[in-house]
Design a protein around this ligand. Sequence first.
Ligand SMILES: *Cc1c(COP(=O)(O)O)cnc(C)c1O
Length: 395
Amino acid sequence: MVSRNSPHAIAEEVAFFSQAATFDRLWPAITDRLNEVFDDGKFSHGAQVAALEKELADYTGARFALGVNSGTDALVLLLRACGLRPGDGVLVPAYSFVATASSVVLAGGHPQFVDIDPVGYAMDPDALRAAVTAESRFVMPTHLFHRQADMAALGGIAREHGLTVVEDSAEAIGMRQSGTHAGLHGRGGVLSFFPSKTLGAIGDAGAVLTDDPELAETVGALRHHGRLGRTLAHFPGIAHETALPGINSKMDDIQAAVLRAKLPELDAAIARRAELAAAYGARLRGLPGVRRLPEPHPQGPGERGVFYVYLVEVEERDALAAHLAARGIGTETYYPRPLHRQPCFAELAAGQGTFPVAERASRHALALPLYPDLTLDQLHRVCDAVADFPFGGGR
Ligand SMILES: *Cc1c(COP(=O)(O)O)cnc(C)c1O
């Protein structure tokens, strides 16, 4: 067996994701925070969570950031707190992580699928206009990979049709549009701190972002068995009583402690991601078989995209992924099936129309390794292996 410490093995493999070097560097800060948790003795919904919520509110500009158990729980609680009623239609993109649509079902709603735009992989405004029905009450734009949905266009259509806007901004920490952080363009949004996300915990964690105090109070109750008044640790509430049938989706202080140790480095990590994305672009542009490189979020004052994932569209995607895997290079297919083709949604989606852009993306999209610990040497090895691949035969 090759040991993890063998320099040989490390030189040859390029993991799809790793943060070993980040953890080595941040270990003193992480252990300081973890010691605070143990000294305090509160392991759930305690001082670290309250401090993280304040820091996330500062970072994003949200009035309220509420720590919960996962990005998925954040979506379910956000939808419930926005007053979603059983059977309400929620317009979601046909191409996303499965939780975008399953959260709607878990909250009692009815997902209505909308095709995406081919450049940004986000909900297409014209497709949204065409997909609205009498039962539609919410629209959930989703920001994927490296840029945001066009919130001005989607928000305009939502206003025309009286739809409440909630954002699946699970991937979008650090992204801004017209000066507003992702998740704050409508009634609220979410963050996921799943370990491989741009800001990752050491387990599952998530947050709800909103500027609306009533919504924050309701999410705060729902995550904590429906108890009002013990909801926002730094926000004194009314005497506690169980007002709503809630769930238990409090955030662990261990996760909050780690996230607090990592948050001061987030902007540097985002800058490193952008640098790596530019290096990929310089190497991959014009290579045969590469159909599309990521189009960065539009630049300008108040605008910021974040390279959470470096996604290319290629010919012969699965054969290329196998070729890279044989050379020790990890890739992922985001997302291997459009949502309307997932077994759990297929029946629901029947009769909702066709989603050709989502279909195409799911056949051709391949995510290459991109994370702050990736070295330029590793990146060049990935590009060499893509350049080596005999697109169009010869295998
Ligand atoms: C990661 C992700 C989620 C879910 O977040 P978890 O913390 O894994 O539950 C939801 N939507 C999108 C688009 C995501 O990428």
